[in-house]
Design a protein around this ligand. Sequence first.
Ligand SMILES: *[C@@H]1O[C@H](CO)[C@@H](O)[C@H](O)[C@H]1NC(C)=O
Ligand SMILES: *[C@@H]1O[C@H](CO)[C@@H](O)[C@H](O)[C@H]1NC(C)=O
Length: 269
Amino acid sequence: MRASILASLVSALLASTSVAHSDCTAVDNAIIQHEGISKGVEEVQSGIRLYVSKPETGSIRGKANADTAIIYLSDVFGIELLQNRLLADSFARAGYLTVAPDLFNNAHATGDINVPGFNTSAFVAAHGPEVTDPIVAKTIDHLRTKLGVKKIGLTGYCFGGRYAFRFVSAGKGGDAAFTAHPSLLGDDEVKAVVGPVAIAAAETDSMLNAPRRGEVEKLLVGAKVPYQVSLYSGTSHGFGVRANVSVPVQKFGKEEAFLQAVRWFDQWL
Ligand SMILES: *[C@@H]1O[C@H](CO)[C@@H](O)[C@H](O)[C@H]1NC(C)=O
Ligand SMILES: *[C@@H]1O[C@H](CO)[C@@H](O)[C@H](O)[C@H]1NC(C)=O
């Protein structure tokens, strides 16, 4: 009797090491770090500077997601911004190898895209798809060919948001996308998706205001892929990364948007 209980315990334990990621332990906001010291490392691959954050050795969710990775596509402040690094670390804590490429070749914005003084049109002109797509493509190639990653989720914030969508279009190599408050997300980019896409939208956002959000939703309804659009009260553009976490409604919005992303990748990768 005792032996058979032991045997079933052992087989349950063995099973848990190969558990499907959608079945593994739930995440909650305890795994989100808002401040402190980031734990990832920088490396250069194919000429692209990457911020890399890995799950803890032995983590159950890490084992369950062993053949998957998340590419973190930052806002204009790039991988220098502590909050971007910490959020990438939080995805690693959720069990995903997380890689954030430097999208700006060391020339990230130092101002705020919504604040006078930051020349958005000049910045955008210098970092269009013809410059940014190859960076994301090389990052995907590195993950698939060098690291043997089989499934890739892209999570993008503000500037990086539209690229999360762009890379789940046919032949681009991404399997699912999440974006919080995307900037410049075009109709063609929404229509082209062939994989699951999710959006966390801010209440106040000139880049994705209510009418524009409505247009994007209409396109998603026609897109025949799983989709989710969530609107967070009391938030504004940037909240998924740069929320003021001493304001409860903003802290909740940032944490919930992160959990939305993790649940999305758990479900669709
Ligand atoms: C912003 O950049 C654009 C394009 O480079 C330029 O035409 C414009 O004069 C700049 N605006 C300001 C306020 O500097
Ligand atoms: C964050 O919110 C707190 C509480 O309202 C406020 O005192 C603080 O100035 C805010 N911080 C920033 C950087 O806006």
